[in-house]
Every structure is written in C-alpha cells, then in structure tokens.
Design a protein around this ligand. Structure first.
Ligand code: GLC
Length: 429
C-alpha cells in the first residue's frame, strides 16, 4: 500500500472505531473508552478534524471522579464480550460506570499540542475549560500515587501503568495473595492468541488487586495505604513530569498565575524524585517497588522516556544512547518494550518485548528535543516500516515486524497520521 493509501486507511479506522464522540481502541478486544488510547487518538483526529479531537478528550473527562481521578476505562454501555466489566470493579466514584484506577496522564501534553496546532480559533477556550479538570487529576496523582512525597508516581495495578504485563511487575505481583475472586471466564484469550496474553496466575492476581481495592470502597487514601501492589513506575512518572511541563505552558498561556505557581512546585518535586528510579548498575531509570523497597533489574521502553520528561543531562542521555544502540544491534525494529538482553524478554507476549507505536512517538519527541534527531528519526522510520509491514496492529514483533494483538487499532492509526506517515513527515519538514 502507498503511504497515501495508508493515510486513508488510518482515517477510516478512526472513523469506524468512533462511537459518536469517543473512540474504542479496537472492535472485539476493547469495546469501551480507554484513557490514554483516547488521548493519542485525539492526535490522529487533530490531522483532519480538530473539533472531533477536542471532543475525544472532553468526553474522557466526563468520566472524571469526584476525587479528581480520570479512570482507565469508561464503561459507557454494557458489553458482555469484555471482562472484567463494571460489576467486577464495583466503583461508584464518578458519573459514568468505570474501572477503579487511572492510566498514564498524557492528556495535558496532547491538549497543549492541540492548542499549538489550532486552526479553529476555539482552542484557548476549550483548553481553559479543561485546565481545572487537568489540575484536579494531577493533584489526585500527587496525593494518592505519591503519598510519601517521594517525587515519583506509583501504580496500584499493572493495568494502571498502561504496560500491563511488563516483567517489572512480576515480583510485586507474585507477592499479591490470590483471594476474594469469584470463578471467572477471561474474554481476551477468545479474541487473540493466548500465547501473546498474560498467564492465568497473573490474571488471578490482577483480579485479587481489584478485589482488595473494592474491599476498601476505592477510597483513594485507603487504597494508597493498603493496596497489595504499589510500584513506582518510570513510565507514569516521566509522562506525568512531561504533562506538568505542558500544563505549565497552558496555564501561562491562559494567564493562570496561581495554577502556574502550583505546577512549578510539582515539577521541582518530580525532578528531584526521578533520581529515586535511577539504577546505577544498569545506568537507566527503572521501576521501584515501594512495598519491598526494591528496584527492578531491567530496562524497559519507559527508561527511554527520561528525555521526554525533560531529564536529558549528559549522564542520562549518553547512557540511553548507548542502550539504544546496543538494543538496535539485537532487534530489527525499535523500541522493544523490554530489553532483549533480559531473561524476561519475549518478542510477542504483551509488554514483554513487542513494540508500541505511541511509545516510540514519545521517546522520539524527547530525543529530538534533547538534540538527538538521528535517533528520533530512526524511531519514526521504524514505526513507519512496522505499520507498512504489519498493518495497523495493536503492537509489533521487534524481530520480524509482524503485527500482533488486536487489528485495526485506533492509536496505531492515530500515531501514523500524526507522526509516522511519510506524508506527515513531509508536511512537518
Ligand atoms: C491494553 C494495554 C493498555 C491499553 C489497552 C487498550 O490493556 O496494555 O495500555 O490502554 O490495552 O488499548
């Protein structure tokens, strides 16, 4: 397919997955509105329908909880083909039935991008309406996912990280006691090959964490205190730090001085805290289990998000460049979700090796901003080749380029349109 054909195909996937203002990740496997999927999807709509791009994010915030949290899934209508659905979560924190935890807070960054790209003349107004909601969400993150003021953001469930099956969660997950789960039937393995999905032992623990939080009524302070899983994640931490920098730009543009001052404090806290995640032996930022006090022992694609978060001092950048080149000598397509030299690496199993397009987009943005345009371009070119080879798949093998997981996937289409497509690259040049 030519790149123009792929552009058209990507648009048609977004349009087909559109449910009237919000977009599902893919038909079958993921039939609801997912948090960070929607936000990346807005970048895709931004290339051909800016009004629709704003709508996507506004509809996500319609599900915001009273305590500020923006859930990872909004169950806008019941779909029995998905498990675990609303009855398993048992939440009651917001206006729309939802899951009970969040997902990586990319929204402020994408809102800032929409404002910069605006052709409608309405962006400032729409951003101004979202600003207090974004502030509340970010305050929620700091209060309940960094209750000890460490300057790092923890996740209470592997699903909250958006990188569900990452080897970094293995030890913390193994420590979760399997209890309070009713007999259940998974639905994911009826949509895609079970060899690519989490094992049953993991799934039992995923549900046990949900049960533990449900047992404390999803009260955020009690969840932070008692949840059996509480791991500081370099992915969410870096995305959050970046989101704060973008939120600051927004607040300054809108003349919201009080908010701007508050956000500057958050940035200082996170910049200092990020050092907690630095693994001196590995020379990279890794996950930190706040319950056991242990750093994880592997490099993931999120380690490469430090420059995206504005952490691009010489030590960090040169260490990442060396890891980048080492990994590039092992696999054909960058950036695998986990280090191919680590024993936990599996090229086709969920988040244990495969490449995700939107992660490449964020890593490349950070590298380009840090002045490393060559590696940023390598990521863009690899993402384009993966999509040309494997289609608009959920994710890709870093070794063969084969597409895997769900097909006709929204965020892959959106990242193609907004960044990876050669026609977009030409326009941007
Ligand atoms: C999987 C991914 C998560 C994503 C969701 C919908 O659970 O791990 O990041 O948001 O699918 O695409």
């Amino acid at each position: 397919m030519s790149s123009t054909d792929l552009d058209n195909k990507a648009k048609s996937i977004l349009i087909e997955n559109d449910q009237g203002g919000y977009t599902i990740p893919t038909k079958g496997l993921y039939p609801y509105q997912w948090n960070w999927d929607s936000v990346f999807v807005a970048l895709g709509f931004d290339t051909f329908d800016q009004n629709r791009a704003w709508r996507e994010i506004e509809m996500l915030f319609e599900g915001q909880w009273r305590d500020g949290m923006v859930p990872h899934i909004l169950f806008r209508k019941d779909d029995p083909s998905y498990f675990p659905g609303p009855s398993v979560w048992g939440t009651d924190g917001g206006p729309i039935p939802s899951s009970g935890h969040s997902q990586p807070p990319v929204a402020a960054s994408v809102v800032q991008t929409l404002v910069e790209h605006d052709r409608t003349g309405t962006a400032q107004e729409r951003a101004a309406a979202l600003l207090p909601k974004l502030m509340d969400w970010h305050r929620w993150y700091l209060a309940y996912r960094d209750p000890k003021n460490l300057g790092v953001i923890a996740v209470i469930h592997p699903w909250e990280s958006g990188r569900d099956n990452l080897p970094d969660w293995d030890d913390a997950l193994r420590a979760v006691e399997v209890k309070d789960i009713a007999p259940y039937e998974r639905k994911d393995t009826s949509h895609v090959d079970p060899a690519m999905r989490p094992h049953k032992e993991d799934y039992d623990r995923y549900l046990s964490i949900v049960a533990a939080c449900r047992n404390v009524g999803w009260d955020p302070a009690r969840v932070a205190e008692t949840c059996p899983f509480f791991v500081a994640d370099p992915g969410v931490t870096f995305i959050f730090l970046r989101a704060n920098r973008d939120l600051l730009k927004l607040a300054e543009r809108l003349g919201r001085n009080r908010e701007a001052e508050e956000i500057r404090g958050w940035i200082a806290r996170m910049e200092k805290g990020a050092k907690t995640l630095w693994h001196e032996g590995l020379k990279a930022h890794v996950a930190f289990d706040e319950r056991s006090g242990k750093l994880s022992d592997g490099i993931s694609s999120a380690s490469f998000l430090a420059p995206y978060a504005g952490i691009a001092d010489d030590t960090t950048l040169s260490a990442l460049q060396a890891h980048f080149d080492r990994i590039a000598s092992k696999v054909r397509y960058l950036m695998p979700s986990y280090d191919p030299d680590h024993k936990g690496y599996e090229p086709l199993r969920y988040w244990r090796g495969p490449v995700w397009a939107m992660i490449n987009y964020m890593i490349a943005q950070g590298f380009a901003e840090a002045g490393d345009t060559a590696r940023a371009e390598r990521l863009r070119a690899d993402t384009a080749r993966l999509i040309e080879t494997g289609g608009f798949a959920e994710y890709f093998s870093p070794e063969t380029g084969a597409g895997a997981g769900g097909g006709a996937f929204s965020w892959t289409s959106a990242i193609w349109l907004s960044w990876a497509s050669p026609s977009h690259a030409k326009q941007a040049a």
